[in-house]
Design a protein. Structure first.
Length: 399
């Protein structure tokens, strides 16, 4: 097997829990977080459901003990919570003791606030402090400042594969010797921009999303943040650190097919999975479970299913499920929170259920795991495929 990267900490906030333990309990008990919109003033209220975190921005500020005089927007607040949990989980006392960086990802950035005042900032001078919070890079810098991190900070925004690419970049920085430790992941808040944008694409369902079901109608958008702490094996040995799991493989590819649609044969997904296996040194038969991208859109699930069949062969696809029926599709945060779920699967030898599934897709013979299942797991694949054809796969292995 190729060089592995140790995962020593993880943190998460989503619609099914404000930390790792709450998320794990919800996954075990089939408690989803898809609900009516409460925090956003939109004409889509009552028409669609989302994976909304039922905490206001002020409640998040209070939770983080931030000064009232701040310009921190929701995406960053969520990222701070998850990144801080990951650092604490890794038992890091001095974050700058080793060469440490932060690779964060987002697509929404500060839009949840700036979209409200874009045309009228001159009328609301007290809101002008949020202008600098609009861009994606600002959220990463604020998270780094909150963690008191003085090292490298970078931001990735590749739509729904963003956090996977952040995790991948962190691993490469450790392998190259550039850094010893990297906090990696993604964060995205719900906003009117994304709600209206996905609605215009006609890929939102008016009910609950049903991944890999023949009657699937579209996705539920969600908001979340998920971060991991990656460390070199040298640091792990020196500090005698507990390892949660290893990042043993990763792959990124682009199917160059369409701005928002996946290719019919899943070329990008196929290449990403193939590369992750190659880097890990594992064989396809070694994969015990796949946390699929599984957005419940007609195009994505068909494309991903075909890619799975191309990689593994007919009647040989490992057991798989999509956890997006729990949380909704959290965009740039998706691969971050699903990395946490993949590690929880490895730690507890559990496959979390693909909720809402009823009927197998007519195009192929693939059925996700629909009930909580205990199974010895050694290696888990996690897929994340973004707009623009940017496809990424992570491969996690048991510590």
């Amino acid at each position: 097997m190729g060089c592995k990267i140790a995962i020593t900490g993880m943190g998460i906030i989503s619609s099914i829990g404000n930390n790792v333990e709450e998320n794990f309990v919800s996954l075990q008990t089939r408690k989803h977080g898809i609900s009516e919109i409460e925090n956003i003033d939109t004409n889509l209220v009552g028409k669609i459901k989302t994976g909304e975190i039922k905490l206001s921005n002020q409640e998040l500020v209070n939770k983080l003990c931030l000064s009232e005089d701040n310009n921190i927007t929701r995406t960053t607040l969520l990222g701070m919570i998850a990144a801080k949990e990951a650092v604490d989980n890794a038992s890091i006392k001095d974050i700058n003791e080793y060469k440490t960086g932060l690779i964060s990802s987002t697509s929404v950035a500060g839009m949840d606030v700036t979209e409200k005042y874009f045309y009228t900032y001159e009328d609301f001078p007290e809101m002008q402090k949020y202008i600098s919070s609009h861009d994606a890079g600002n959220s990463s810098l604020d998270i780094a400042d909150f963690l008191q991190l003085k090292g490298m900070v970078a931001t990735i925004s590749t739509a729904c594969s963003s956090a996977a690419n952040a995790i991948m970049m962190g691993a490469k920085l450790i392998k190259s010797g550039t850094l010893d430790r990297v906090i990696v992941g993604g964060t995205d808040a719900l906003s009117k921009f994304t709600l209206n944008g996905f609605n215009s694409l006609m890929i939102l369902t008016d009910s609950y999303n049903t991944p890999f079901d023949n009657g699937r109608k579209g996705l539920n958008l969600g908001e979340a943040a998920g971060f991991l702490v990656l460390e070199s094996e040298e640091v792990v040995k020196k500090e005698n650190k507990k390892v949660l799991a290893y990042l043993s493989g990763y792959g990124n590819a682009n199917d160059a097919h369409h701005q928002t649609a996946s290719s019919d044969n899943g070329q990008g997904a196929f290449l990403a999975m193939e590369k992750a296996l190659e880097i890990s040194g594992l064989q396809k038969e070694d994969i015990d479970y796949i946390n699929v991208h599984g957005t419940a859109t007609p195009n994505n699930d068909l494309s991903e299913g075909r890619a799975l069949l191309r990689i593994f062969g007919e009647n040989k696809v490992p057991e798989f499920s999509s956890t997006k029926a729990f949380t909704g599709h959290t965009l740039a945060a998706a691969a971050g929170i699903e990395a946490v779920y993949s590690i929880l699967s490895l730690q507890h030898n559990m496959i979390f259920p693909n909720l809402n599934f009823k009927t197998k897709m007519e195009e192929f013979d693939l059925t996700p795991v629909t009930e909580m299942k205990q199974k010895e797991l050694r290696h888990v694949l996690s897929n994340s495929f973004g707009f623009g054809g940017n496809c990424s796969t992570l491969l996690f292995s048991k510590a």
